[in-house]
Design a protein around this ligand. Structure first.
Ligand code: SF4
Length: 364
């Protein structure tokens, strides 16, 4: 078979994805997911629960299906309907979300549930345009809910679909530079069973056309795929040159009292990790190097123990924090609370502060 060199797909007359072949594969191989109505039930007229689909789609942003499974089960047990979630305490929602990251999503989740109940009587809008007016629902999530729940014929493009499209068309540019092309390419492929088509593409990308492996021999859409004719389909999507994230540095202070309680406080209502729980700490300063840390200013006098450093990567910067620990009965700030060490799992602690506490407490 001749090797086809990747060329700019925006100039290639690429045929659409064979929707019938893909759906026939999906009918036999759809992944069983707790928020999904499988293709055979869908054919019998069972419709997906928009609350479940919305919840899962928000959770799945930046997170994998295995991780989301446990959170989804927990949320739908505690708050089985959008009405239940709307009346929940926001702090309880944030606590239940802890560990999933990107906490603005949890705050928007609660705000969205309230708006769906307050403005729409608890019934999610049935089209992408109206869905997108709700808090935390962007172009991707609105399209996913509209297609999956209401069969609106819109392109649903997540990371898996980007990858399949880039391979199928042997896309020469990084996907983030070819978004309009990918959208119009997928849009022209969407059949009447729009929801099943969207989910079949996601499943294909999660199983057969996976990030590190393309199993072209058993792929239902191989007949139209340009990437499979190249020497190595997994060379697509092509990667943009890597940019190093800017660095920030700081100090974190873990104070434990004789009752085995740790001093915690709430972060500000706005900004990064807003309203989540933290241990007191310094500002996070911009720095060129990790060792360019400002001198530590302890919030209490005492024998502070150095517990090393932890690293954490946020979307827009990398953070290196020195962790300090003190046993004391005086709080290091006047705006927090003592939390039982054994109850820390129930606090709305983002991963960064879980790492800080782990570093401080493992030294005991
Ligand atoms: S044929 Fe291969 S590269 Fe093309 S979509 Fe299928 S698995 Fe991906």
């Amino acid at each position: 078979m001749p090797e086809i060199k990747p060329s700019s797909s925006t100039k290639v007359n690429q045929s659409p994805i064979d929707g019938a072949a893909l759906l026939a594969w999906y009918d036999k191989n759809a992944r069983k997911l707790p928020w999904r109505v499988g293709p055979s039930d869908r054919a019998k007229g069972v419709t997906p629960n928009p609350y479940f689909v919305w919840l899962s789609e928000i959770m799945l942003q930046q997170t994998t299906v295995p991780t989301v499974g446990k959170y989804f089960a927990d949320f739908t047990t505690r708050w089985p309907t959008v009405f239940d979630l709307a009346t929940a305490e926001r702090d309880d929602v944030l606590k239940a979300w802890a560990g999933l990251g990107y906490y603005a999503r949890a705050r928007n989740l609660h705000a969205c549930a309230n708006q769906v109940v307050g403005e729409y009587g608890g019934i999610f809008p049935n089209n992408a345009d109206d869905l997108q007016k709700l808090p935390g629902i962007g172009p991707y999530t609105s399209a996913a809910i509209a297609a999956i729940c209401f069969d609106e014929q819109v392109a649903v493009i997540d990371g898996n679909v980007d990858r399949v499209a880039a391979r199928f068309t042997a896309l020469a540019e990084p996907v983030r530079e070819a978004k309009p092309f990918i959208r119009s390419f997928i849009q022209q492929s969407v059949p009447a069973r729009a929801g099943d088509f969207a989910q079949s593409l996601m499943d294909l990308g999660a199983t057969i056309c996976a990030p590190k492996r393309a199993n072209c021999l058993i792929c239902p859409i191989a007949a139209g795929c340009t990437g499979t004719l190249t020497a190595e389909p997994t060379n697509f999507p092509v990667m943009p040159p890597k940019k190093q994230k800017p660095l920030r540095v700081g100090h974190a202070f873990v104070v434990e009292n004789a009752a085995e309680e740790i001093w915690l406080r709430q972060r500000p209502e706005k900004g990064l990790l807003a309203a989540m729980t933290e241990v007191p700490g310094s500002e996070w300063f911009k720095a060129e190097k990790i060792d360019a840390k400002p001198e530590v200013e302890f919030p209490l006098n005492g024998e502070w123990q150095n517990c090393g450093t932890i690293d954490h990567v946020f979307t827009h910067f990398a953070l290196n924090v020195s962790v300090w620990k003190l046993n004391a009965e005086t709080p290091p700030s006047n705006d927090g609370w003592w939390a039982k060490k054994l109850g820390l799992n129930g606090e709305a602690l983002p991963t960064i502060f879980k790492k800080v506490l782990a570093a401080a407490l493992e030294r005991e």
